[in-house]
Design a protein around this ligand. Structure first.
Ligand code: CMP
Length: 136
């Protein structure tokens, strides 16, 4: 079994599609290990995306991620990291495959509905950033 970290981003929460995204997560066979609705502060978003701090989109990304509540998730499945990234689709919804979360619910590369860890080390950092050991 493998665990990954996922976010239902503020755009998807505002658009009222939390339930539809969670339904797909469950249909695809993930176990939801932990889940929390949280409105990130700008500082919390900056710490989470610190790896992107030198990128030109960092300010806009962290403004957006602190613009409203998110759903934070720990998902478990045999190949959770890759399976969730495949279900999300390409970062830019315009390039995402039909049926993926970003194609169905994302509007732009910034407002792209969901996040998922890209590697085991990232998943460990991201899960530890938001969840306490007891929650997992
Ligand atoms: P996410 O998977 O949450 O990781 C970083 C986010 O930065 C990404 O999704 C996008 O929403 C956002 N982003 C904005 N511009 C870019 C870009 N040019 N390349 C990658 N990510 C971008």
């Amino acid at each position: 079994m493998e665990r990954t970290f996922a976010i239902i981003k503020p755009d998807a929460v505002k658009n009222g599609v939390i339930g539809r995204i969670l339904a797909r997560i469950e249909q695809e066979g993930f176990r939801i290990v932990a889940m929390r609705l949280q409105h990130l502060s700008k500082r919390e978003a900056e710490g989470f995306y610190a790896v992107h701090s030198a990128r030109p989109f960092f300010g806009g990304l962290t403004d957006f991620m602190s613009s409203g509540p998110c759903v934070l998730l720990c998902l478990e499945a045999p190949d959770a990291i890759k399976t969730w990234r495949t279900l999300m689709g390409a970062t830019n919804p315009a390039n995402a495959e039909p049926g993926t979360m970003r194609k169905e619910f994302g509007a732009s590369i910034d407002n792209n509905a969901t996040h998922g860890s890209d590697a085991p080390e990232t998943a460990a950092f991201e899960l530890g950033y938001f969840f306490r050991g007891l929650e997992l």
